[in-house]
Design a protein around this ligand. Structure first.
Ligand code: 9UX
Length: 72
């Protein structure tokens, strides 16, 4: 079963930025689905908690050069 992690992403200014972040999240082992919305600066990531963590997903975002902030 999967959990959802919602993450605010700071610094994205175009759809290429959001596509880069979305692809990076989708490439992480344990991620079942990832959507990044430029307009709301939010990522919704469905992940298997036996394989990966929300903190690890935030690191994957920051590795692309953007700031990640946990939402609730
Ligand atoms: Mo768009 Mo984002 O031209 O770093 S790819 S600004």
């Amino acid at each position: 079963s999967t959990l959802v992690c919602r993450i605010r992403i700071k610094g994205m200014t175009c759809t290429s930025c959001s596509s880069t972040v979305e692809s990076a999240l989708q490439a992480v082992h344990g991620v079942q689905k990832a959507q990044v919305a430029l307009a709301t600066e939010e990522a919704d990531v469905h992940y298997d908690p036996k394989i990966v963590s929300c903190n690890r997903l935030m690191v994957a975002i920051e590795d692309t050069g953007f700031e990640a902030i946990l939402i609730n």
